[in-house]
Ligand binder design. Structure first.
Ligand code: HEC
Ligand code: HEC
Ligand code: HEC
Ligand code: HEC
Ligand code: HEC
Length: 215
């Protein structure tokens, strides 16, 4: 009888299994890589053109976040303040300081400072600050205790699973909307009832649809 399969074909089932295993594994690691919080920039802290400290300005001096990030409640993106905002104080305060010279120069020559972006989502993700703030999600929940940072660093993964965790269970993250910039705010004992009430009153229902964040 003629041989239909060459001898190496005996090894075919094993090879197929092996190939399937390898493919399966890479699919798992693909998902692992992209969808798990391990693929992040937590701790990313670029060097800025000026040694500007949130610890000093937002904590010791107690300046509200919105004095500088003034668009954050009305627009998708939070603005970085122009040097004019700094010069409201620094025309007088420490105007001769070495550390402030880049600010003064920028103001005089009308060339904006080139701050290095810390948080950055990919272009295919839609994010909107104002929606979150209106719902009563505080800055600290997404950016950590910025008021304790000498230099801003990324505190949270900004990964898809991170967004979805909160969208599925927002209750612990909601606070009265007038407390969004309060870095010391803690949930009270009645947080569960409070969250239920706020969700009802403000109609809060965070999206988990792909098209909610990928438009
Ligand atoms: C006096 C002005 C001022 C105040 C007040 C202020 N910031 Fe900032 N903030 C800046 C400047 C300037 C930058 C850009 C330089 C940097 O990243 O440190 C910045 C950067 C940031 C960034 C990083 C932006 C990026 O590139 O991703 C976050 C987040 C932030 N601020 C949050 C806050 C929060 C929260 C508060 C209130 C607790 C606050 N800021 C108060 C001026 C201010
Ligand atoms: C509300 C007033 C106010 C605003 C607005 C403000 N600062 Fe300041 N800044 C201060 C005060 C007060 C100090 C501390 C001065 C001292 O140490 O005596 C200071 C200190 C500094 C220092 C350290 C100076 C040194 O020599 O130690 C830098 C740098 C600085 N600010 C940058 C900025 C930048 C950049 C902005 C704008 C994004 C800004 N400040 C906005 C009040 C302000
Ligand atoms: C629900 C989470 C969340 C909350 C709440 C939040 N942020 Fe952000 N913030 C982000 C994300 C995500 C980015 C990156 C956005 C991007 O790349 O498009 C960001 C970026 C920023 C930036 C850089 C400029 C920009 O818009 O990309 C600043 C400044 C900032 N946030 C300040 C604040 C301040 C101040 C508050 C509170 C008043 C706040 N954020 C509240 C998640 C949040
Ligand atoms: C700490 C909690 C929290 C985190 C983290 C968070 N969100 Fe949200 N998100 C909310 C809440 C609460 C709302 C308000 C929903 C409403 O008003 O119906 C919301 C609303 C939104 C909306 C408007 C659509 C809608 O549901 O009405 C988009 C888009 C969105 N989030 C994108 C993101 C993205 C992208 C990330 C991650 C980079 C993110 N969010 C992280 C809590 C969060
Ligand atoms: C609440 C917001 C949110 C929702 C809802 C959401 N995503 Fe995402 N998605 C993100 C964010 C943020 C990233 C970027 C993560 C990163 O950069 O690490 C992302 C990344 C991705 C990526 C990775 C692409 C790449 O090249 O890295 C894919 C694929 C994806 N999303 C598909 C989906 C699908 C499918 C759904 C619906 C089941 C969905 N997303 C729902 C926020 C969301």
């Amino acid at each position: 009888m003629a041989q239909i399969f060459p001898p190496w074909a005996n090894r075919l089932p094993v090879l197929t299994l092996l190939a399937a295993a390898v493919l399966g594994l890479s699919a798992v690691s693909f998902v692992w890589y992209y969808f798990s919080p391990w693929y992040t920039d937590v701790g990313y802290r670029p060097t800025q053109p000026v040694f500007y400290s949130h610890l000093l300005h937002a904590d010791s001096l107690g300046i509200d976040c919105r004095y500088c990030h003034s668009d954050v409640e009305t627009s998708p993106t939070a603005n970085i303040p122009p040097v004019q905002t700094c010069m409201n104080c620094h025309k007088i305060i420490k105007a001769d300081s070495e550390r402030l010279q880049p600010v003064v120069q920028s103001y005089v020559t009308k060339t904006p400072l080139k701050w290095v972006r810390v948080h950055k989502l990919p272009d295919f993700v839609y994010f909107d600050h104002s929606i979150h703030l209106r719902a009563g999600v505080g800055c600290a929940g997404c950016h950590g205790r910025v008021n304790e940072m000498l230099v801003v660093s990324q505190a949270k993964p900004l990964s898809m699973s991170w967004c979805l965790d909160c969208h599925r269970h927002p209750d612990d993250h909601l606070r009265p909307p007038d407390q969004i910039t309060n870095m010391d705010w803690e949930p009270a004992a009645d947080q569960v009832e409070f969250a239920a009430k706020q969700k009802h009153e403000l109609g809060i229902e965070p999206t988990v649809d792909c098209s909610g964040c990928h438009r």
